[in-house]
Design a protein around this ligand. Structure first.
Ligand code: ADP
Length: 155
């Protein structure tokens, strides 16, 4: 174990952050000493919001929360974990499709880096229909997304 402190990385694209992400992070606060929200960068992916805006939305969401920070990274999530001395990866589960997808990634990450444990938190049923993909779709057609994004975020 790299550290006595329980440090978790919550990795994702956050394009943009939603009430679903916010809820998983807030509910996990008691489990960890520190949660680092990792904005992953994948050069094959096209993003709706710039890294700056995605980071800004996350900062606004968790303003004043001393245990929560945000960092950008590229490359493997397990390498980022090593860099920030995190021993946990936190992910949310909405559906069985999420589970199948997440299981493969978690098992792969564990084989790459056995000291990093993936922890899943099951979505609140009132938020499990929310996804960044749907939020982007609504934005594309100038719809109102305020119900789906954190109250502190103004798009
Ligand atoms: P990625 O691009 O890696 O899928 P996302 O930003 O879409 O990243 O999601 C990051 C994490 O948040 C994932 O574990 C995902 O399952 C979880 N998540 C996304 N939306 C919700 C939601 N509405 N409720 C709970 N967890 C969610």
């Amino acid at each position: 174990m790299s550290s006595h402190k329980k440090i978790a990385v919550f990795p994702g694209s956050f394009d943009p952050i939603t009430k679903g992400h916010e809820s998983i992070i807030l509910r996990s606060l008691d489990l960890f000493d520190e949660i680092i929200i990792g904005i992953g960068f994948n050069s094959n992916k096209h993003y709706f919001f710039s890294q700056d805006r995605r980071e800004h939305f996350i900062e606004k969401t968790f303003e004043g929360q001393a245990k929560i920070s945000v960092k950008r990274y590229s490359g493997l999530t397990v390498n980022f974990c090593k860099e920030v001395k995190a021993n946990y990866i936190l992910r949310g589960l909405r559906t069985s499709a999420d589970f199948e997808f997440e299981r493969a990634i978690a098992q792969m990450n564990r084989s790459l880096s056995p000291e990093v444990e993936t922890v899943f938190v099951v979505a609140d049923p009132s938020l499990s229909h929310i996804s960044s993909t749907i939020v982007r779709e609504i934005l594309l057609y100038q719809g109102d997304v305020s119900k789906f994004i954190p109250d502190a975020v103004k798009i």
